[in-house]
Write a protein that binds this ligand. Structure first.
Ligand code: SAM
Length: 295
């Protein structure tokens, strides 16, 4: 891979850094202190806890980064939410970045977000503004389940490049099974808090996303930051002889493609770990995309 200087914006726990350990991350930035705790337990790159909307142009230009990675908050664009788009204060940082990128013209920019981003006013504004200053824009939708990975996490990736980009080939990978993910040592005796109460299962049974290891092609749902708080539409539950249980943070990390040497500090509660992982990235999906652009 060629030498590339990367700016990791909205870095969270470092899904991007974990997917590309050989790239030079010149700085990672996020407002969340607990995300920094996880990031710093795993990577040596400089990590600033700062509000991106408040950073001046000079802050960005002094890094001389060739590639800006950004995964801004999804809430303004999720189809299930209020979709306040540009009116949502959580879009202030991406609006600022649209202006900063148009002014400084870094060679390559990639934005990751939920399905719905590509039809938003924010995307339209970004598209028009960046095209005016000479970018080629490409939008891809990738789900790790289409790469043979047992997890759904469909996401939109918008790439802005000053050079035209190659076609991304259709993936051909050997399917992975849930058996490779599930921790055999988890039992109701060792991890009682992972098990759902019978009354919860009875109440939400039809709406819960239930998976079983008996099914070789079982596919887990997208794990959201609300996993562990909301029962439905937040992730999957594993059927076991002792009832249904949540996936542990380590298993969720595996489903996102993190290696087991990725450290999840014990100082963070299990709810916080689920929250941070639910905000992160699918590593197989971004590798599939980015490895073909930076090579
Ligand atoms: C979708 S998550 C991205 C997570 C990251 N890709 C990862 O691998 O963990 C969005 C991140 O943006 C951060 N964030 C939201 N608004 C921000 C802002 N205005 N300035 C800096 N970071 C912000 C959140 O704390 C969160 O970690």
């Amino acid at each position: 891979m060629v030498h590339v200087r990367v700016l990791e914006l909205f870095a969270g726990i470092g899904g991007f850094a974990a997917a590309f350990p050989d790239l030079e991350i010149v700085e990672a930035i996020d407002i969340d202190q607990s995300a920094r705790e996880v990031y710093s337990a795993n990577f040596k790159h400089c990590y600033s806890v700062k509000e991106i909307a408040s950073l001046p142009l000079e802050w960005f230009s002094c890094h001389r980064a060739d590639f800006w990675w950004m995964s801004p908050p999804c809430t303004p664009f999720t189809q299930r939410g209020a979709r306040r788009d540009l009116k949502d204060p959580r879009s202030d940082a991406i609006r600022h970045l649209i202006h900063v990128v148009a002014s400084l013209r870094p060679p390559l920019v990639c934005i990751e977000n939920v399905i719905g981003f590509e039809t938003s006013q924010t995307y339209q504004h970004l598209h028009d503004r960046w095209q005016q200053v000479g970018y080629h824009l490409h939008t891809y939708t990738i789900c790790p389940s289409a790469l043979g990975w047992p997890n759904r996490r469909p996401r939109v990736y918008c790439i802005a490049s000053l050079e035209s980009l190659p076609e991304i080939p259709k993936p051909i990978l050997a399917p992975r099974s849930l058996r490779e993910i599930v921790d055999k040592n988890i039992t109701p005796e060792t991890h009682a808090t992972l098990w759902l109460e019978t009354k919860t299962v009875d109440r939400y049974f039809d709406a819960m996303d239930r998976v079983s290891m008996a099914n070789e092609s079982a596919m887990t749902a997208c794990f959201a930051s609300s996993y562990g708080k909301a029962i439905v539409r937040s992730g999957s539950y594993l059927e076991t002889p002792s009832g249904f249980r949540r996936f542990s943070p380590r298993e969720v990390a595996r489903l996102l493609g993190f290696q087991d040497n990725f450290h999840l500090p014990d100082t963070l509660s299990i709810q916080r770990q689920w929250h941070l992982l639910g905000n992160s990235l699918s590593l197989p999906a971004i590798r599939h995309l980015i490895a073909r652009i930076i090579h």
